[in-house]
Ligand binder design. Structure first.
Ligand code: GDP
Length: 315
């Protein structure tokens, strides 16, 4: 049997998965649990699609598309080609291998199985030693109010490539959601020693998680250090609309804004070398490393830095 997790990571998709992989590589097998955003999930062509869960799963299984950071490696697109031929909606790319998870997930959900159980079964089939947990079993949907009108998440993110200006966000269904019981087991375990917030988009990927009632309090009640890794490097996002959205919401795209966003939740922050001077002015414990994760050595270094900061904070 796997040991109880000693580290819980909070993650969105591509950025979060990089750190999750680093943590999985530096920890003994079974010692990592990852709580994943499901606010991006949607139903498309009758299929229940969970982009962040699948990105983390493929990454931890070593089968993710190496350049994209999402989707499967060695993918084929016969389904999309035929769908296009039939005039079906082709703005959301579904590879043939990737499609299997959506079909199988949809079948099992319809049969009454919980998303947490289905996800655990997928992870086991892929030989992933990490416990993957969706933030809730019930549906939560991130909705954006933008200058192009109200938008569902994937329409904003994929179809409109994050171009509209964001005015505000709501997480529909969050108030009725509950974290899965498996998370309570992780948080109550005496084996737990750190909670790490991955450098995922704080607004699109981590906020939906924190909107699930009781989750923030449950993280604090675990009484272990909570450490975030900043998604910004010198005021820029590595990828995606984090800095753009911060500007649209009237925030400076800097380390101080990230620290303020997580105030009351985090005990420490990992920042890039480019942001070390600024971090020193925040009145928050921090650690510095190169946080750009291009290869496994980078992912392991950032993971170790976060774990070492948590260890220092616990001492
Ligand atoms: P998404 O759901 O696929 O958009 O992915 P996430 O929300 O998990 O990650 C997006 C965030 O990850 C962006 O804000 C990026 O700046 C950040 N990110 C991506 N790669 C890296 C990296 O190598 N280092 C750091 N520090 N942040 C990264």
């Amino acid at each position: 049997m796997n040991p109880a997790p000693s580290v819980l990571a909070l993650s969105g998709g591509v950025g979060g998965a990089k750190l999750a992989l680093g943590l999985q590589r530096v920890l003994p097998p079974g010692e990592l649990a990852v709580l994943v955003n499901t606010g991006d999930d949607f139903t498309h062509l009758g299929l229940r699609i969970c982009p962040d869960l699948d990105t983390v799963l493929y990454t931890l299984a070593g089968v993710v598309h190496p350049k994209q950071g999402w989707g499967r490696d060695a993918e084929t697109f016969g389904f999309m080609d035929e769908l296009r031929r039939q005039g079906g909606p082709d703005w959301f790319l579904l590879g043939d291998r990737d499609l299997v998870l959506h079909v199988e997930r949809t079948r099992r959900l319809a049969a009454g199985e919980r998303l947490t159980r289905i996800t655990a079964a997928f992870a086991q089939r892929f030989g992933v030693p990490t416990q993957l947990l969706p933030m809730a079993d019930s549906e939560v949907a991130t909705l954006l109010d933008t200058d192009a009108g109200p938008l569902e998440f994937q329409h904003y993110f994929v179809r409109l490539r994050c171009e509209p200006r964001v005015r505000s966000l709501v997480f529909a269904g969050a108030a009725q959601a509950r974290p899965p019981e498996e998370l309570a087991t992780v948080l109550r375990s005496s084996a737990l020693r750190a909670i790490i917030i991955a450098p995922s988009n704080p607004f699109l990927s981590i906020d939906p998680l924190l909107a699930v009632p009781g989750l923030r309090a449950a993280l604090r009640a675990a009484r272990v250090p909570v450490v975030a890794v900043s998604p910004l490097i010198g005021g820029r996002a590595v990828k995606g609309p984090t800095a753009k959205i911060m500007g649209e919401l009237g925030l400076a795209a800097d380390t101080a804004s990230i620290a303020r966003h997580y105030a009351g939740l985090i005990d420490g922050l990992v920042v890039d070398e480019a942001d070390a001077d600024e971090a020193g002015t925040l009145g928050l414990r921090f650690a510095v490393t190169r946080t750009l994760m291009r290869d496994d050595a980078d992912r392991e270094r950032v993971a170790r830095t976060a774990l070492q900061l948590a260890e220092r904070l616990a001492a």
